[in-house]
Each structure stands twice: as structure tokens, then as C-alpha cells.
Design a protein around this ligand. Structure first.
Ligand SMILES: Nc1ncnc2c1ncn2[C@@H]1O[C@H](COP(=O)(O)OP(=O)(O)O)[C@@H](O)[C@H]1O
Ligand SMILES: [Mg+2]
Length: 304
């Protein structure tokens, strides 16, 4: 599928579970070759469709819109140098769905490029007058775009940051992705949402028998340290790992804890060191686990 180009969706219906945190963190980890920077440096394109625009803001300088809480994409640094009459010089990830010229933005990180989120993505509703067709339309547009030969030359992986809640964009792109990563909190709603999502993936794979959408893993995120773990947290985690349940086979062997140093998306400036937790060996250990899981499941273990 897509000539080896990977398309990873960070997905969950629930907001606040860490889709954006994991999408941005994985983009960083793959681009630099892991926390110790010794692995292969992957070329990464981030497609931000999250209305909160946090991954866009982590990677490029978005433009505040006066009187609005949304941000606009900045003018592209290469506008004026690229000869394309149809191009306005601004791009968002939604432009892909309208077959507009899309030039990805360079970011503060060498190997990461970005198409930022335009915030509210209601523009997609204009794709079709039949709401029942919308998800399929989005899947077709995205599949065509991921199939562009230039894309696989420029990138090893495309990482999708999805909008919170149920959105035709998330559903449409999921069916076009090659892999999905599911962050979950140890909390009733998000634990309950995971089997539903696995069911959706099963349905998608009924028509993708040759190239099934693969689950990289369900990763418990924002897990309190053992001393702060409540009985409720424990019950939720036990349910996820229950051998007779639907989720057990996809559960990661590690958790990502709730740590202040991980609140990178809440920091206002763009700083490549934000994702570098050099001062915290617990965080480095978790990031190493995350990196190894993603790198190995996507490209195989070089030691094998
Ligand atoms: N492991 C973590 N530790 C501490 N804060 C976290 C962690 N993961 C996410 N957060 C914070 O929780 C909030 C929601 O995370 P986010 O990645 O935006 O979730 P989603 O994209 O699923 O809505 C953000 O403010 C983020 O900084
Ligand atoms: Mg998000």
C-alpha cells in the first residue's frame, strides 16, 4: 500500500486521552531516531486535523487571528519561489480534500514537515450534499493523495492528528491509513471506547483483506504513579488487559505516566528541546518504550 509509505492515525473518539501528545511525540521520536538519537532518522509529515491546533502550534509559528480563538496558517516561506498560479501561499491539511495545491511547511525540526490544522473543519461538509457519502468521499480523496509518487519519495511516514470526538474526517482517514495507534486513559469512557474502535477497524478490514489496517497498539496514557493510582484506575486497567476481553491482544506492555514534563503541547513557544526529557530518566524510559514499539512495528526489528 502506498509503495511502503506508512500512514499512522492517532485515534480515539474520546478527547483528552493523548492523541495529539502521542502524534507529536512520535513524529519527534521517529525524526530524531529515538530518545538516544541513535536510530534511523525518519522523514515525517504531520497532518493536523485537530481543531485545537496544538500539534500545528508545536511545530510552526501559527498566526493569531484578532478576536478569534483559532489560529491561521502562516504564509509559506517558499511562496514567491514556487511557480504555481493556483497556490495562495497558505495551506492547511483540509486543502488535500479539495485537490488544492498543497506545499508542506518546514518546521523547527529537520525531518518534520507539517500541514497545519485550519481549526474548525466544517469546510469538509461542502465535499458532498449527501452526508452518508462524506466519510467515503474523504477516504477516497486521502487514498488518492497518499498514493502520489512524490509523497513516498519525500517521506517515510505520515502521522495524522485527529479531531476530538466523532468526526467524518477521523473516520474517513482511518479507512485510508495503514496503521492506527490508540491512546487511552484509565477511565471508564475511554476504556469502553476501545472495543468499539476495534470493531470499526474489523469492518474496515473486511474490504481491505490484502492490506489490513494494523493496530500498533493501545497505549494507556496519563496513568497516575502507583502511589496515586485509585481503585477505579486499577479496575479500568484490569479491564483493558483482561485476557478474555477484546483489547488484551493490542495492549502495550508499558504505560505512559501522567507527568508535567509531557505537557509539551501547553507550552507557548516552539522549541525542539520540549520533547527532550534529558532531565527525567523515567520519562526517557517511557519514551524509549514508545519509540521501540512504533519503530519495530512499522519497520521491523533490525536485530531480528
Ligand atoms: N502523559 C501525560 N501527562 C501529562 N499530561 C498529558 C499527558 N498526555 C496528555 N497530556 C495533557 O492532557 C491534555 C490532553 O491531551 P491531548 O494530547 O491534547 O489529547 P487529545 O488530543 O486526545 O484530545 C493536554 O493538555 C496534554 O498536554
Ligand atoms: Mg487532540
Amino acid at each position: 500500500m502506498y509503495g511502503g509509505l506508512k500512514v499512522l492515525s492517532s485515534y480515539h473518539r474520546k478527547g483528552g486521552v493523548g492523541k495529539t501528545f502521542l502524534a507529536s511525540t512520535i513524529a519527534y521520536l521517529l525524526a530524531v531516531g529515538g530518545p538516544d538519537k541513535k536510530g534511523k532518522k525518519r522523514k515525517v509529515l504531520v497532518l493536523d486535523y485537530d481543531s485545537q491546533q496544538d500539534s500545528s502550534k508545536a511545530f510552526i509559528q501559527m498566526q493569531a487571528i484578532p478576536g478569534d480563538d483559532e489560529y491561521a496558517a502562516p504564509i509559506h516561506p517558499e511562496f514567491g519561489q514556487i511557480d504555481d498560479d493556483e497556490w495562495t501561499g497558505y495551506n492547511t491539511s483540509t486543502d488535500i480534500l479539495f485537490d488544492l495545491p498543497t506545499y508542506d511547511y518546514p518546521t523547527a525540526f529537520d525531518n518534520i514537515k507539517l500541514l497545519p490544522s485550519e481549526g474548525n473543519v466544517d469546510r469538509v461538509l461542502a465535499l458532498t450534499s449527501d452526508p452518508n457519502e462524506l466519510v467515503t468521499k474523504i477516504t477516497i480523496h486521502m487514498t488518492d493523495w497518499f498514493n502520489l509518487p512524490d509523497l513516498r519519495e519525500d517521506y517515510d511516514i505520515i502521522i495524522i492528528d485527529n479531531p476530538p470526538s466523532k468526526s467524518p474526517i477521523s473516520s474517513g482517514i482511518l479507512a485510508a491509513a495503514t496503521h492506527v495507534l490508540i491512546p487511552t486513559e484509565a477511565e471508564y469512557d475511554s476504556v469502553d471506547g476501545a472495543p468499539m474502535l476495534l470493531n470499526r477497524i474489523k469492518i474496515i478490514n473486511e474490504i481491505r483483506q490484502k492490506d489490513p489496517l494494523q493496530v500498533l497498539g493501545i497505549i494507556p496514557n496519563k496513568i497516575p504513579t502507583p502511589s496515586r493510582m485509585t481503585q477505579k484506575d486499577k479496575v479500568a486497567l484490569t479491564k483493558l488487559y483482561d485476557k478474555n476481553g477484546a483489547t488484551a491482544e493490542h495492549m502495550s506492555r508499558f504505560f505512559i505516566s501522567k507527568r508535567d514534563c509531557y505537557r509539551v503541547m501547553e507550552r507557548p513557544s516552539i522549541d525542539p528541546s520540549h520533547f527532550d526529557y534529558v532531565h527525567n530518566h523515567h520519562a526517557i524510559e517511557e519514551m524509549t518504550n514508545l519509540y521501540n514499539l512504533v519503530e519495530t512495528k512499522l519497520w521491523g526489528n533490525p536485530d531480528e
